[in-house]
Write a protein that binds this ligand. Structure first.
Ligand SMILES: [Fe+2]
Ligand SMILES: [Fe+2]
Length: 269
């Protein structure tokens, strides 16, 4: 069987992830792209456009962030499921964010950029799978509750500029997850759900690497343009993330990721 010419490019593999709506199929497409790249089966070529919005399944219903019902406490069964569902949705969108980053901006970077973000994308797929499995163990599933549509907004706002995308997605949003995940894991533990707490800590360890990849490639891009990474980051965050950064920050996890306080201290609200 001969494959169409574009089957083997990085760009086409990324586009396939984004245009796949069904969660299980998207997961498979993400794994296939990462594996294809690792095995040298994809050409470093970006010959197809990424969609403005990724394909989404019929459920979950997507609501504006301020239209979401109150979640309730993790101590209650309803609250615990709602939190797992919210986290699963974040990971589901994170799959698209990783592959959109590669497919949209990969051409401007060396091949090791693709190495890093393929790894990130396959880890986001694994995070989603772990949370979806946990939801099913709790008698629910991804799609059973509404989810908020705020996360992709950050992608749309920064679709024109790789440095803006890196500043906002890994270095603001994923860094924010480093700040809040330890407390969320502790709340699962207090509620007696040690399995979910363990999943969150596992995810947290990976997310430090995602923030590190963001910071590394942001510095790379800024240095290549001979601009100061710290002042440029602050300018981009002020422009694209007007609400400011909410302390307290997990300085030690951020530092492990190379995101030092000079980047974000001055942006705290
Ligand atoms: Fe993740
Ligand atoms: Fe991540």
């Amino acid at each position: 069987m001969t494959l169409p010419d574009d089957m083997g490019s990085v760009g086409a593999a990324c586009r396939r992830v984004l245009t796949t709506a069904d969660p299980r199929a998207k997961l498979m497409a993400a794994r296939a792209a990462a594996r294809g790249w690792r095995l040298g089966r994809l050409v470093f070529r970006f010959d197809v456009a990424m969609p403005d919005r990724p394909a989404r399944p019929d459920v979950p219903e997507l609501l504006p962030p301020n239209g979401m019902p109150r979640r309730g406490r993790i101590g209650s069964e309803r609250g615990r499921i709602a939190m797992l569902h919210a986290l699963a949705h974040i990971e589901f969108v994170a799959i698209d964010l990783a592959f959109d980053l590669i497919g949209r901006f990969g051409e401007a970077f060396p091949a090791s950029f693709v190495d890093d973000w393929m790894q990130v994308g396959s880890e986001e797929a694994m995070h989603f799978a772990m949370l979806d499995r946990r939801l099913r163990q709790a008698g629910s599933y991804y799609g059973a509750l509404p989810a908020h549509d705020g996360l992709w907004q950050a992608a749309g706002d920064t679709a024109h500029d790789p440095l803006a995308r890196l500043a906002i997605v890994p270095m603001v949003l994923e860094a924010r997850a480093l700040d809040i995940t330890p407390a969320t894991a502790a709340r699962f533990e207090e509620a007696g759900d040690l399995v979910s707490a363990r999943i969150l800590r596992r995810i947290m360890a990976d997310e430090i690497c995602h923030v590190a990849a963001g910071t590394k490639w942001f510095r790379h891009g800024a240095n290549r343009k001979c601009i100061n990474p710290v002042t440029h980051y602050r300018m981009l965050v002020e422009r694209h993330f007007c609400s400011g950064l909410k302390p307290p920050f997990n300085d030690s996890a951020r530092r492990q990721a190379g995101l030092t306080r000079d980047f974000y201290d001055a942006l705290a609200t």
